[in-house]
Design a protein around this ligand. Sequence first.
Ligand SMILES: *[C@@H]1O[C@H](CO)[C@@H](O)[C@H](O)[C@H]1NC(C)=O
Length: 203
Amino acid sequence: MSIAEGLVILLVLGVGQAEICPLSCSCKLVETKGLKVDCSSRRLKEVPVLPYNTIKLYLQNNSLTTAPAGIFDHLLNLEVVDLSNNPWHCDCHILYLKLWMEDQTRSRHLAEDRCATPASAKMRPLSQLTGNELTGCAGPWPITCQEFLVRDIILIAFAIVVLVLMSCAVRISKRLACCIAVTEIPPAMQLIPKSIRKSHKSQ
Ligand SMILES: *[C@@H]1O[C@H](CO)[C@@H](O)[C@H](O)[C@H]1NC(C)=O
């Protein structure tokens, strides 16, 4: 097998990956338009990685509490979505799901999604949650702020380490350069005191 053939096979497999049915679901091709992905009633605790060409998505009656940000963003051709009967935990992490659902104007929702926890939001439809109710995860700063802070601290620490390493490297290279300079002077000259050596050169 040539390298080119291998690459082609890899490419085909790679493209195929995006269309693979999640292990815990059953998939059916619908009129060659896309997949009907049925992951309902499987006690799922996490949203599975869904194929790009999903057009009907059934995730109802599972144990989903949250949907990681971005997890549905690649599903551009959805026509039907059912996420009902899941114990959604409606803290600030549910915001992605709430906003994503609001963006799905073209797809049909089969049932309303309701929060299970925390107690203050129990049985509230996701669509009716307001910003004030989505607290609970925020520290003294908004979450994005905290994330930025952590990222900044890591970056600054990294920069300091790099600076220290660089100054060490400069010091070592200076010492080396110095040694080389010393050894470059002919041994006989080294015996002559510096001051004399200088005057000797200038003549
Ligand atoms: C929900 O899922 C459970 C298994 O997790 C199943 O026993 C039950 O019948 C399902 N309920 C509905 C309404 O589909």
